[in-house]
Write a protein that binds this ligand. Structure first.
Ligand code: GTP
Ligand code: MG
Length: 277
């Protein structure tokens, strides 16, 4: 196992160096270079085998995974579980890494991290020490925090960056059609910053998004995610969550570049995200 981990670290270092170089220079990459970088893609378990399978093995590094759905659909719970799982060793589907959470709605709960850690047989104190939470007070602050994430990543091995919620500040600050183009421009910049981080640090980016309750603005579909085409095109994996009976949630994969669309069932409980029984 040790040999595997050393070689994985070695190749990760090379990928990081190459990605930094191309990001710094603003360079073009050849197909061969992209293929080489893609070989470094790894997957983080969600806690549910069903959801992992839907995602082709778990949350993928070097891309953005978006969960959208109505209030209480389990988005924040999935983010908490991903944060706990990321600290686990590779043998159990983790990255043995630190986590950065940009919390825009003040919904991060260390108590949930403790419960989920115990359910996984992890030491909650160790897990909590590895999760770095930044509260974003408005959309500009949120953008700034994402830009500064790489400073934290120089100090800690951050390979999971969570933004919960990606869109809530933008939605409340830029109301109406007149503000739409500025909002979309800022969201676009923010998402590309996140994508850059995912490439440079071979990291998973997981974001949450709400559905529209304003059919007048969002094309008449109350289950449409916020953020329109900008969010839709930049997120590599989009999962729509629906409530079901007894803590169950239905997760539907939408618009993936190479995976089939599909649905699966996950369970939200005190222990966190699982397949249930
Ligand atoms: P918004 O942020 O409001 O859009 O919702 P969300 O999608 O982030 O919902 P969230 O992940 O916060 O889910 C809340 C739901 O998770 C609750 O209504 C409960 O059903 C469930 N939940 C949260 N904590 C627990 C827990 O400790 N035990 C159990 N059984 N369920 C929980
Ligand atoms: Mg939430």
């Amino acid at each position: 196992m040790k040999i595997y981990r050393e070689s994985a670290e070695g190749s990760a270092t090379k990928i990081i160096a190459a990605a930094r170089k191309s990001a710094d220079i603003g360079n073009f990459e050849t197909g061969e270079e992209i293929l080489e970088r893609r070989k470094g893609v790894s997957k983080l378990t969600s806690g549910s085998k069903n959801l992992d399978n839907l995602l082709g093995g778990g949350f993928e590094t070097q891309s953005i995974t978006e969960f959208f759905g109505e209030f209480g659909s389990g988005k924040t719970q999935i983010m908490h579980q991903a944060a706990v799982n990321a600290t686990m060793p590779a043998e159990t589907g983790g990255f043995d890494c630190d986590v950065l959470i940009i919390d825009t709605e003040n919904t991060f709960r260390p108590e949930r991290i403790i419960q989920m850690s115990k359910a996984k047989g992890l030491d909650p104190e160790v897990v909590l020490k590895r999760i770095h939470v930044a509260r974003a007070y408005n959309s500009h602050h949120q953008i700034l925090l994402a830009e500064r994430a790489s400073e934290l990543a120089k100090e800690f091995p951050i390979r999971l960056l969570i933004v919960d919620s990606l869109t809530s500040h933008f939605r409340s600050e830029y109301m109406g059609r007149g503000a739409l183009s500025e909002r979309q421009q800022l969201l676009n910049r923010h998402m590309h910053e996140l994508l850059k981080f995912s490439t440079i640090y071979n990291a998973v980016i997981a974001v949450t998004n709400q559905v529209s309750a304003r059919p007048d603005v969002f094309f008449g579909d109350p289950t449409a995610p916020i953020g329109g085409n900008i969010v839709g095109h930049t997120a590599t994996f989009r999962i729509y969550l629906r409530k079901s009976k007894g803590g169950k949630r239905i997760a539907r994969l939408i618009d993936s570049p190479y995976l089939p669309e599909g649905e699966t069932v996950i369970q939200v409980s005190e222990d966190g995200i699982t397949d249930g029984v």
